[in-house]
Design a protein. Structure first.
Length: 220
């Protein structure tokens, strides 16, 4: 029987003892192999592009931002799985990570003996999210998703908002400025303006204020 090749894992964390603990947990499992390690976001992106790992395990608050690294790695290596390993259980970090393309969000308080199963599961199509956080994800999508999903009149596929445009529209409706939206979604201000222009066009309204009002009325 031919054994499958081990899944290659990149570890990115600015705390050396944590990197060592994670490495030991991973290398103790024959399904996984550490192919590179990094101490900040820029180094993580460089290592990912060079090594092309199956899984990138990123600290969300390392220098340069684990979120920024996740966005960049996902854009360059769309098949790579992104798992955040962090001390933060804050909703803002959790949902920002999911928007960045993370396939998992684990807390450093977890028993690291369970880490190999979680990472292997991600590569099998499972979501590696701490059980205590799953309820928050469900609540978020039940409570905040707009009740309407298409422009009035049931427009064509080209008129429907993308997932990213829904995110931008929700923040516009909250009164966020372009700069605030850019920081929240880890986008450039010009990219946010492009999304807003597309939203205004697709919803056939005059400006961002009218789009925001339409969004707010749809949720009532």
């Amino acid at each position: 029987m031919v054994m499958a090749k081990p899944l290659r894992v990149l570890i990115a964390d600015d705390h050396p003892p944590t990197r060592d603990d994670v490495r030991r947990a991973i290398e103790g499992d024959q399904r996984l192999d550490v192919c590179a390690s990094a101490a900040d976001a820029a180094e993580a992106v460089q290592a990912a592009v060079r090594e092309r790992p199956d899984i990138c395990l990123l600290d969300i608050r390392m220098p340069g931002s684990g979120l920024a690294a996740a966005w960049e790695i996902k854009a360059r290596l769309p098949k790579a799985k992104i798992v955040m390993l962090t001390v933060s259980d804050e909703d803002n970090d959790l949902f920002a990570a999911l928007r960045a393309g993370a396939d998992g969000y684990l807390l450093k308080t977890m028993n690291l003996r369970r880490l190999p199963d979680a990472l292997a599961g991600v590569c099998s199509g499972e979501a590696a999210i701490q059980r205590t956080l799953v309820a928050r994800v469900l609540e978020r999508f039940r409570g905040r998703e707009p009740r309407w999903r298409h422009p009035a009149g049931g427009g064509t596929a080209e008129q429907r908002l993308t997932s990213r445009e829904w995110e931008v529209l929700e923040l516009v409706a909250q009164g966020r400025s372009t700069a605030e939206i850019a920081r929240r979604l880890v986008l450039s201000a010009s990219a946010v303006r492009v999304h807003i222009a597309a939203i205004v066009r697709k919803l056939d309204v005059n400006d961002r204020s009218a789009a925001a009002e339409l969004f707010r009325r749809s949720g009532t």
